[in-house]
Write a protein that binds this ligand. Sequence first.
Ligand SMILES: [Zn+2]
Length: 432
Amino acid sequence: MPSTHTQVPVGDLHCQHDTYCKEYSTQCISCSEKPDKKGFYQVKLIDTILFPEGGGQPADTGYINDTIKVYNVQRQKLEHIHYTKEPVDVGQVKLTLDWDRRFDHVQQHSGQHLLSAILEQAPYFLETVGWSMKEKTSYVELGTINKAPPTQAQLDEVEQKINDAILKAVPVICHTTSMNNNNNNNNITDDQDDSASRPDSLPADYVGAEGVIRTIEIEGLDKNPCCGTHISHLGHLQSVKLLHTETIRGGNTRLYFVFGQRVLTNLGELYDLSRQLTKSLSVAPHDFIDSVQRLQLQLRTQTKMVKKWQTQMAAYAVKDLQAQLAHNAFLALVYDEEGEGGMAYLNLLCGLIKEKDLLANDVNKAIILASGDRQQGGVMMVLAADDAYLKKVVAKVTSTLEGAKGGGARGRWSGKSPSFVGIEKLTTMTIE
Ligand SMILES: [Zn+2]
C-alpha cells in the first residue's frame, strides 16, 4: 500500500543541504510492484541523501537497509526515484551513501565551479559553455570560437590561483530560494539579487510550486545556480592539476582537469607506469622519449632490411618454382619453413608469380605456397589458372594436411593448416 506522504522536492533534498551526511533515516512511500525491463524496481522515498543525477553530476549509489543496493537515482520533474533490484517495503528505511564515489563527484563538481569562475574573470574572460565529468578526468568547454584559447602560461597561472584558493579554505555557501516567490528559504542568507529569478540552466521540466532555486557561492569569487552537492570550503578540494587542452569542432576548447583524490590516483598510476617503463627500456624517465625514438628508428631500418631480404628470397623462390614447373608437369611448392614470412610473404610471392606469369593460363598447373612451422602449422595459398583444377588440388591439400581449411576462388585459395608434417608429399601426388 502506498503511503499518503509526499516527497521532499529535488532541490530541497537532504543531500543538497548536507553534502557530508553518509547515513540517514527516511520512509519509503512506494515501490513498483514489478521490476522494469532492465530489472529495476522504482522506489520513492520521502527524502534522500543519494543525489539524483543532474547539473553534470552523476547519480549517487548506496544501500537501503544495508543490503538493498541502489544502482541509480533519477529526477522526474520535482520527484526522485531510486532504482533497486529488490523490492523495498513501504515504511521506515535506513539509507547509506557510497561516500567515496560521492566525495569524488563533489570534488570534481565544486572544483569545476572554481575553475570556471577563475577563467571567467580578468585577465582571461574565458566563458565556460559546458562541462563533463568522466570516470578518470573531467573537462570544461571554453567558448573560444572568436577568441584565442588559453596559453600554457595562463593555464599555469590559473592552476596556481586555484591551489592558492584551496590553501585559504575559502567557504562555499549554498543559497536556496523558492521558485514561486522570491522569499528566502530556510538556509538562505542575504541574496535578493537576480539569482532568485529562474536561471537558464534549470531543466525545462523542473517546474512546480515547491521548486527550489539553488545558488552556490564561493565566497568572494563566484555565484552560480546549481543543483549539485558541494563541499563546505575549498580546502576539501585538496588540490588541482590542469591537464591538456584540445580544440573541438566549432573552435571551442576543452580543458581537462583533476581535483582532489584524482590528483593522487593519477600521480600513482603514472608513477607505476614510469617505473615499469624504466625497467623495460633500461633508461631513466627523462630518457624515455629519446629511447623510444631510437627504437622506432631501429625498427624502421630493420623493417626495410627485412623487406629487402624477403624480396630477394621471393625472387629465388620464384626461380625455384619455375624450375619445379619445368620438371614437374602439374605442381610446384614453396615452403617457407621458418615461417616468419607469413601471409605477407605469400602475397609477395603471389605478386611475383603473376608478374612472371608462371601459370601461363596452363589449366593443368598449380602452385602451393606455405609459411609456418612443421609442427605448429601456418598459412597456405594454392594458385591455379583453372578453377576446376584449383578445386582438385585444394581437395588433395586438405586431405593430406589434416585440419587444413580455407577458402577462395578465381584461381586463388588461401587458408591455414595446424601442421605441415608431410607437406612434401603434395609435390608427388597425382591430380585426376
Ligand atoms: Zn554546478
